[in-house]
Ligand binder design. Structure first.
Ligand code: NCC
Length: 277
């Protein structure tokens, strides 16, 4: 796609993306009575007025020894990913969690102990699964990447008061289109990472978004996650997800001082509500 400038990218993102969750109005979910199963309030209306400042904390190993915890917790809302813990890592990652984005492996694989772990309680949960591109919801429902639907139904019944949403595959693939349309190379036909999805969600819910260690700081390391020993630089650059392209795109949208990128791995992005075009 053509090389758009930072301001044009903000307009493109604002024009083309609208958070969508599975709301029970489409088949097969409507026949299954999901309109009464999903939370009564749409995700976009959970926080009114909007959050002022939000932090997105990636799980990258490079956040270790950053001492960013206090700065992260000073935001009105904090987004974290999958099974990334805070306990034991507060100095570097903070301890506030407002929203957690989880992929379908978290609810489907027993080692994550989704139903019993405290990581997934007392927060808003956003769940997603890589559906086929031309999202036929019935085909997806019959054959998701990992079975997310039964654990979702079970959790909704057990904890109806917890805000818990499934992101709509159409929303996920809109983001893929946006990355491809703003990238010269042909990117892999796999969905964007939870990181990119989460950043765009927060740009929709907040006036300003600080993203930590999505673009690696000078602490950059091949340590995959700050909470595990596993090393693989594909975690930072991508293999399945078009992660490198996600990063190059968001770096072009940075509104913060370039020095904060190197020192903190911090990107400052404007919320879409604050974008006028
Ligand atoms: O690793 P993961 O992602 O949970 O990380 C969350 C997001 O942080 C950003 N990240 C992470 C590590 C790193 N070194 N650099 C980074 O920039 C990325 O934006 C990433 O999305 C996912 O996106 O859901 C992913 O989930 C894991 C895994 O399923 C979960 O951690 C649960 O165990 C995937 N790994 C595998 O499936 C083996 C990973 O590919 C993507």
């Amino acid at each position: 796609g053509p090389r758009r400038s930072g301001p044009q990218l903000y307009c493109d993102l604002k024009r083309r993306t609208r958070i969508r969750t599975v709301d029970g109005t489409e088949e097969p979910f409507s026949s299954l009575g999901w309109a009464r199963l999903v939370p009564p309030r749409p995700l976009q209306e959970l926080q009114a007025p909007q959050y002022r400042t939000c932090a997105v904390v990636t799980s990258a190993g490079s956040i270790l020894n950053s001492s960013l915890g206090a700065e992260i917790d000073s935001h009105d809302a904090v987004l974290r990913f999958n099974s990334a813990p805070t306990r034991g890592f507060e100095r570097d990652v903070g301890n506030k969690t407002t929203i957690r984005i989880i992929n379908s492996q978290i609810v489907a694989r027993p080692e994550h102990r989704f139903s019993s772990s405290s990581l997934y309680r007392d927060v808003t949960l956003l769940l997603w699964d890589p559906a086929p591109y031309s999202a036929n919801l019935t085909a997806w429902f019959q054959k998701p990447d990992f079975d997310l639907f039964s654990p979702y139904v079970e959790r909704r019944r057990l904890r109806p008061e917890q805000p818990f949403y499934i992101l709509h595959p159409g929303f996920i693939w809109t983001l893929w289109d946006l990355i491809q349309d703003n990238t010269e190379d042909q990117i892999q036909p796999n969905p964007p990472s939870s990181g990119f999805i989460g950043i765009v969600v927060m740009m929709s819910l907040c006036r300003e978004v600080s993203v930590f260690e999505f673009i690696p700081s000078r602490r950059r390391t091949d340590l995959c996650h700050y909470h595990e020993r596993y090393r693989d630089n594909a975690c930072t650059l991508g293999a399945y997800h078009p992660l490198l392209y996600e990063k190059l795109l968001l770096q072009r949208m940075n509104r913060g001082p370039p020095a904060e990128l190197g020192a903190k791995g911090k990107l400052t992005l404007r919320g879409l509500g604050a974008v006028g075009c």
